[in-house]
Design a protein around this ligand. Structure first.
Ligand SMILES: Cc1ncc(COP(=O)(O)O)c(C=O)c1O
Length: 398
């Protein structure tokens, strides 16, 4: 693998129109193999498209190893777009309630596409069953079972599905008996508090000490819940062929569950800044963006054009892009990354000045692609291609 140092990228980018986003496919390919290796066993990996948002990269990951099978989509319109682009085996990771969107998904199902909709309430079942009946199809569905754990005074996990107990899961499974145009083919449990929470994020301070303990307790709690809901679905003879778990940060624990058939991974492929903070794995920084130094306000300070691509989620310093190269370059506390101007301080050994680049990594994976129309693909010291992001294809799903 070529050396991914500052000059490696700077000489490729400095004469191009900046800012630009890139994907170093040498590093991406390594991540694909390392993630496949982490999941090795009897599970397949579904790719979380929200953490990629570029069809060329989705294809590359799918083709990199036979363990990769299917995509987890984030909206119905996105699933339909991906189906049009030739992808199949699409699981929506989140419920949708827009009538037209569901109608179009049911129509795609009727036309032979495998698209599974996510549900967590009888209201969802009723809505989809009525539309599927109109279309004249049996629409496959997936139940989202909540995998959070409640500790005294602390909700450890996300607030998404109301299926927070085995009994709630059983009640929803029983509701399927009332409908003819839906089938229960999948169960998903996303353990966000394990998969998406690193143990060493400096902005979490002292909380980092308790995170491993909470994770361990939580894994024991939700594992049992998932197993019991699966057993109940099977006892009722539903055509369950997917039992789903995970995210980048929970591959090792999810693969211990015999009843799980597949694990979703998204962020690990680009490995953005928030994924630097896990104890048990480290992937390569495969994606980032380059901004250009356009002024020098005083010695050791370099001000760049652009850079303020803040990530979603609870507000915090860790949602800013992370300065990457040259090594040792830092943001200023006063300004952070700016809408137009980003000042950086650098006292390292690289000779940098006007026209040179500063490289950043986005805090999250897919959101980088919402800020750029294309990704420059880097391999073996060269720009080998430029591929459109979802945005570059004129798509804005969320
Ligand atoms: C339902 C669901 N599954 C899996 C994932 C895992 O994705 P990643 O590997 O990008 O953390 C996510 C991410 O938010 C998710 O919402």
């Amino acid at each position: 693998m070529p050396n991914s140092t500052y000059q490696y990228y700077n000489q490729l980018f400095k004469n191009l129109q900046l800012p630009l986003a890139y994907c170093d496919v040498d590093l991406l390919d390594k991540n694909c193999q390392d993630i496949a290796h982490r999941a090795e066993g009897n599970k397949t990996i579904r790719i979380a498209s929200k953490s990629v948002r570029c069809t060329a990269i989705l294809k590359r990951i799918l083709e990199s190893n036979p363990i990769y099978k299917g995509l987890m989509c984030f909206t119905g319109r996105e699933a339909l777009f991906l189906a049009e682009q030739g992808f199949d085996d699409l699981l929506l990771g989140y419920p949708i309630v827009n009538r037209d969107e569901i109608y179009d998904i049911c129509t795609a199902t009727k036309n032979g596409k495998k698209i599974i909709l996510m549900v967590d309430s009888n209201e969802h079942l009723k809505l989809i069953d009525a539309i599927a009946k109109e279309v004249g199809v049996v629409q496959p569905l997936c139940i989202d079972a909540d995998m959070s754990t409640d500790f005294p005074g602390l909700h450890f996990g996300v607030l998404r599905s109301p299926i927070t107990s085995v009994d709630a899961g059983k009640r929803l499974v029983d509701y399927f008996d009332n409908y003819e145009n839906i089938s229960l083919t999948a169960l998903m449990g996303y353990e966000a508090q394990v998969a998406g929470l690193g143990e060493n994020n400096p902005t979490n301070g002292i909380k980092n000490f308790v995170i491993p303990f909470l994770k361990k307790k939580s894994i024991a709690d939700y594992t049992k819940r998932r197993q019991e809901i699966v057993a109940y679905i099977k006892s009722k003879n539903h055509p369950l062929d997917i039992v789903h778990a995970g995210g980048t940060g929970s591959i090792e624990s999810s693969k211990q569950e015999d009843w799980v058939t597949e694990i979703t991974v998204g962020s690990g492929f680009y490995s953005p800044a928030l994924f630097d903070y896990y104890n048990d794995f480290k992937h390569q920084p495969a994606a980032g963006f380059a901004v250009q130094i356009v002024r020098k306000p005083k010695p050791d300070f370099y001000t760049c054009l652009g850079g303020g691509y803040i990530a979603s989620g609870a507000i915090g310093a860790d949602k800013q892009p992370k300065p990457y190269l040259p090594e040792g370059i830092v943001l200023t506390a006063n300004e952070g990354t700016g809408e137009v101007q980003t000042p950086c301080e650098y006292k390292g050994s690289e000779k940098i000045g006007l026209g040179d680049t500063v490289l950043f990594r986005h805090s999250k994976a897919g959101e980088l692609c919402e800020r750029f129309n294309e990704l420059h693909l880097i391999a073996n010291g060269q720009i080998i291609d430029k591929v459109p992001t979802y945005r570059g294809q004129g798509k804005c799903f969320l």
